[in-house]
Design a protein around this ligand. Structure first.
Ligand code: FES
Ligand SMILES: [Fe+2]
Length: 348
């Protein structure tokens, strides 16, 4: 895999709503330093975190009660639209404005479009209403990952790895032994796996109070370049699919600086929603499973980064969704490059 450039004409999960307030927060997204903050009316704003004067990070500056952002190096001040409104050293206003990014804040998530603002299309975002639906509960957060975003994407599009990487929680032999169906719809890639009459993996046994055999359904949807939604259903064998236990996992796979990735997650369920103990158990398990993935992906990253010539890869049937995902991202990148809308990354 040689993809080391990042698509910018696409939505990425930039932050959870509860991460952003009246203090300045820096987060690198597709190699761009971004400064997030809220204006007095609570509207969230994201600007390039480089002062147009001498590039000092604006996130090291100050935000006043009126929503004016001050660079704390030489004092340039910017209004809520990012326009420079003055500097202490001289009476006339410097001609400068900050690059602002299209944002959508919805269901507790802040989505950012780092590329051409003209192309930002809200309809490309997945349905996240379950994050605020009162009949669901969820936990969320973000985990740092020192590996390129494509490795995380392939990890999520090929869940056969659960058998080998997560054998004490969500994986067992049935996952790798059950083939997937793959669908492609424009840039989107979906897969589904139906595991019928299988042994219940420990996480589902405890989460749903089920004993083997169970039926387990996995339906993954990749919204390129960086969003993945997994629909999970588990039920005693023979129960009709809609009557099972329902869970959803949303992953925001957001490229950061160089080959680092922000691994955003939200795990939700629609049963026993007031059971705090279950919520804590599921959150703990989610983080433990993600850490197993992070360890694997960081080890893999070293191997890709030290193999610039690209020794040949071998692929098998279960790679199909991941390969379609690669292709979708490569096509988006090619479109973007044809339009001249992206800059090469600083690092490979
Ligand atoms: S670098 Fe920001 S005011 Fe000089
Ligand atoms: Fe995993």
């Amino acid at each position: 895999m040689t993809l080391t450039q990042q698509v910018r004409n696409g939505w990425y999960l930039g932050a959870w709503s509860d991460e952003i307030g009246r203090t300045l927060k820096q987060r690198w997204i597709t190699d761009i330093p971004v400064c997030f903050y809220r204006l007095p009316d609570q509207a969230v704003t994201a600007v390039e975190d480089r002062c147009p004067h001498r590039k000092y990070p604006l996130s090291l500056g100050h935000l006043d009660d009126q929503g004016t952002l001050q660079c704390d190096y030489h004092g340039y001040r910017f209004d809520g639209q990012g326009v420079c409104v003055g500097v202490a050293e001289q009476a006339d206003r410097p001609k400068a404005a900050l690059r602002r990014f299209p944002l959508v804040e919805r269901d507790g998530a802040i989505w950012i479009w780092p590329g051409d603002p003209e192309l930002a299309d809200e309809s490309l975002l997945p349905d996240t209403s379950w994050l605020t639906d009162p009949s669901w509960t969820h936990v969320h957060g973000v985990v740092p990952l020192r590996a390129r975003h494509m490795l995380l994407l392939e990890n999520l599009l090929d869940l056969t790895h659960e058998t080998f990487l997560h054998p004490t929680s969500i994986g067992n032999a049935a996952v790798a032994a059950t083939p997937i169906d793959v669908t492609v719809d424009g840039d989107r890639v979906g897969f589904s796996r139906r595991m019928i009459g299988i042994e219940a993996p420990p996480f589902y046994e405890k989460s749903c109070g089920l004993t083997s055999p169970v039926d387990r359904w996995q339906d993954g949807d990749f919204y390129p370049p960086g969003i993945f939604v997994l629909n999970i259903r588990v039920a005693a064998t023979g129960t009709e699919e809609p009557d099972g236990f329902h869970m959803k996992v949303l992953y925001g796979m957001t490229p950061g600086r160089g080959n680092e990735t922000h691994d955003f997650y939200a795990l939700g369920r629609d049963y026993l929603i007031d059971d705090q103990e279950l919520t804590e158990f599921q959150h703990e398990q989610q983080l433990a499973v993600m850490q197993e993935d992070v360890d694997a992906l960081e080890a893999q990253e070293v191997m890709y980064a030290t193999d610039p010539g690209g020794t040949a890869e071998s692929s098998i049937k279960s790679d199909l969704a991941a390969l379609r995902g690669r292709r979708a991202v490569a096509k988006m990148l090619a479109r973007e490059q044809r339009a001249g809308g992206t800059r090469p990354r600083a690092s490979a």
